[in-house]
Design a protein around this ligand. Structure first.
Ligand SMILES: [Zn+2]
Length: 150
């Protein structure tokens, strides 16, 4: 995928199904889907906010609910694309699964953390990143910044 803005996220454009998700994201709020039939809470994954049925009971009676944006690290991996034609190394991307405090798991990318500092259960908080020409997408950052001695 061509890098348009330096963002490592794909570009998504909102439609009728994803309007609520991206509208909340633009206001800095993460939302999840709640099933009106069984109460199951889910995050639309991965980055497919238009998922139109409950993952537990297949009901289509879903509504959006804001969440705290706090969670903890479940698992992660580092990925790196090929270097640019001029030899510039591609950025290392940390792809992770986060468990939101409200329960659902989110497939996302991490920011502002070194891979050697990652540990299961690490507290994280949501942030939003907006690739050129796309909608804001959630990424996760350390919930408490380490105190650095400079
Ligand atoms: Zn359900």
């Amino acid at each position: 995928m061509p890098a348009s803005s330096g963002s490592t996220l794909g570009v998504m454009v909102r439609d009728k199904q994803t309007n609520a998700f991206f509208g909340a994201a633009a206001a800095g709020t993460l939302v999840i889907q709640v099933c009106g039939d069984c109460g199951y809470r889910q995050f639309p994954q991965p980055f497919t906010p238009g998922t139109s049925h409950c993952h537990a009971c297949a009901s289509s009676d879903l509504s959006w609910q804001p969440v705290s944006g706090q969670g903890s690290l479940v698992t992660w991996t580092a990925m790196q694309n090929r270097p640019e034609p001029d030899g510039t190394p591609a950025p290392v991307i940390i792809v992770a699964v986060i468990e939101l405090d409200e329960g659902p798991w989110v497939h996302t990318q991490l920011r502002d953390v070194a891979i050697q500092d990652l540990t299961p259960g690490l507290p994280l908080r949501v942030g939003f990143e907006q690739p050129d020409g796309g909608e804001p997408l959630p990424v996760f950052l350390p919930a408490q910044r380490r105190i650095s001695v400079e």
